[in-house]
Design a binder for this molecule. Structure first.
Ligand code: CLF
Ligand code: SF4
Length: 449
């Protein structure tokens, strides 16, 4: 059976506005050493370094899933993505999937791995109805891989240097091919490391495409504090470098643009992670029923309809006749396909390119929230520094769409060449409306539609 992506927030760009994923952190160990990783933190190949995730037992994980479903009926995907490598912890990972398999209708299982043991477990993955697998492939040339991996441990032996990266690559490619043969949708993640693989990722795309990959997700390097690369002074890439690599790869294979590099215990819509708030707590006592299965199914169908309506707006507006010059617009959203976040609360912006009536998501830019409760003007790390960093992050955008903004940041953004439009409503419609007036931007925020 072909996997259905329409409710998978990572495999379908539109779905990420409506459907949620939940990661259960049952896999602490890892069998390779990436030079951007510090094992005190989550796996950076799929997630970003944060507070160490609390590791759950399979039973605790299932209990958390059941409880979360009661408050998050739009939850459609359960993933194991760390905090180490799921297949370096096969017992816990597969026991979790076994317990979840078929338990809740409409809940898909997802796995993210470095690929070292993927081929070994190919049949088990297929038997457990895991229909979506991510493999992190940072290089398809072992000489480049040698610069990325410190060591690879396999069969009781530790490999280093070229031998390590050759072994890892051989296993990754074999694993991807075996997944594709089993009808499993493969997403390949690559971490873009400036000066190491930034010019090599198109080759990665071409190779994994041959083997049957469905999409390529090129993510900017996020250095783990204390990692070998951090000590060597390797820098994280600028958005323009990531964009360039994504554009090149997108000529060969669909490229994921909406990845949030989320934590190994992330819960919620991609842009709205609630895991930090619950501090990894496992709920006790009987699961309090809020939604019946019928109510959940009804909610999912409503979301299907909302997503379909959004797709129609997009399809209707992307006709070739819609021409005009391209403009980049940053959007503050917390999901639902709406502009619905105040500038001061935004921790990320979606950046779109709009040409006439055609819209295209280019990527996600993460920032520090301007109003985070602690930053003060005039202090190191204060509001003016945050604003400077945010405007630098969005420097290729002409317009910012958000639900509200204070006078002072609005003025400062304008000085940097970014006009703020305060609006609430459907992202696609507002993008097209904003692009229509691009020649008239004068510098004042145009408030309240
Ligand atoms: Fe999780 Fe990954 Fe499955 Fe998605 S995340 S295991 S495929 S359910 Fe998604 Fe998060 Fe990016 Fe991963 S936004 S880091 S791509
Ligand atoms: Fe770290 Fe993930 Fe690499 Fe393992 S696979 S070393 S956990 S980044």
């Amino acid at each position: 059976m072909e996997p259905n992506h329409s409710r998978h927030p990572c495999y379908d760009e539109d779905a990420h506005h409506f459907f949620a994923r939940m990661h259960v952190a049952v896999a602490p160990g890892c069998n390779i050493r990436c030079n951007y990783c510090n094992r005190k933190y989550d796996c950076v190949s799929e997630s970003r370094p944060g507070v160490v995730s609390k590791v759950l037992s399979p039973e605790e994980a299932v209990r958390k899933v059941e409880t979360t479903l009661q408050t998050l009926p739009q939850l459609t995907v359960i993933g194991v993505a760390g905090p180490g490598d799921p297949l370096a912890n096969p017992e816990a990972t597969f026991e979790t999937f076994r317990l979840l398999n078929g338990k809740v209708p409409g809940l898909h299982l997802c796995l993210s791995t470095n690929g070292l043991r993927l081929a070994e477990f190919a049949d088990r993955i297929a038997e457990l109805s895991i229909r979506h697998v991510t493999v992190t492939v940072n290089a398809v040339d072992p000489r480049i891989g040698e610069k990325i991996y410190g060591w690879v441990a396999d069969g009781g032996k530790v490999y280093r240097g070229l031998e390590a990266s050759e072994l890892l690559l051989e296993r990754q490619l074999k694993g991807i091919r075996m997944m594709a043969e089993r009808g499993i949708a493969i997403k390949v993640n690559s971490v873009l490391i400036p000066g190491v693989n930034d010019c090599h990722l198109e080759e990665v795309t071409a190779r994994v495409k041959e083997l049957g990959a469905f999409t390529h997700n090129i993510m900017p390097l996020i250095l783990s504090p204390g990692s070998p690369y951090e000590k060597e002074g390797v820098k994280e890439p600028k958005p323009s470098m990531v964009l360039k690599a994504q554009e090149a790869s997108s000529r060969l294979l669909p490229v994921m643009r909406h990845c949030r590099q989320c934590r190994a215990d992330a819960v919620g819509l991609l842009g709205e992670d609630t895991s930090v708030a619950d501090k990894g707590k496992v709920p006790e006592g009987p699961v309090k029923r809020i939604f019946t299965m019928e109510q959940r199914e009804k909610k999912l169908k409503e979301l299907d309809a909302a997503m379909e309506a959004k797709r129609k707006v997009k399809a209707g507006s992307s006709s070739p006749a819609a021409g005009g010059s391209a403009i980049r617009i940053a959007v503050a959203t917390r999901g639902g396909g709406k502009v619905n976040v105040h500038f001061g609360h935004a921790k990320e912006f979606l950046v779109y390119e709009v040409t006439g009536k055609s819209t295209r998501l280019l990527g996600v830019r993460k920032v520090q929230a301007y109003c985070n409760g602690t930053a003060q003007c005039g202090t190191p790390g204060g509001k003016s520094v945050i604003l400077e960093e945010t405007s630098e992050m969005l420097s290729d955008c002409k317009v910012l769409l958000c639900s509200g903004i204070g006078e002072s940041p609005m003025r400062l953004l304008k000085e940097k060449g970014i006009v703020t439009l305060t609006r609430k409503g459907d992202i696609e419609e507002l993008l097209i409306e904003s692009a229509r007036y691009q020649h008239y931007f004068t510098g004042c925020a145009i408030s309240g539609a």
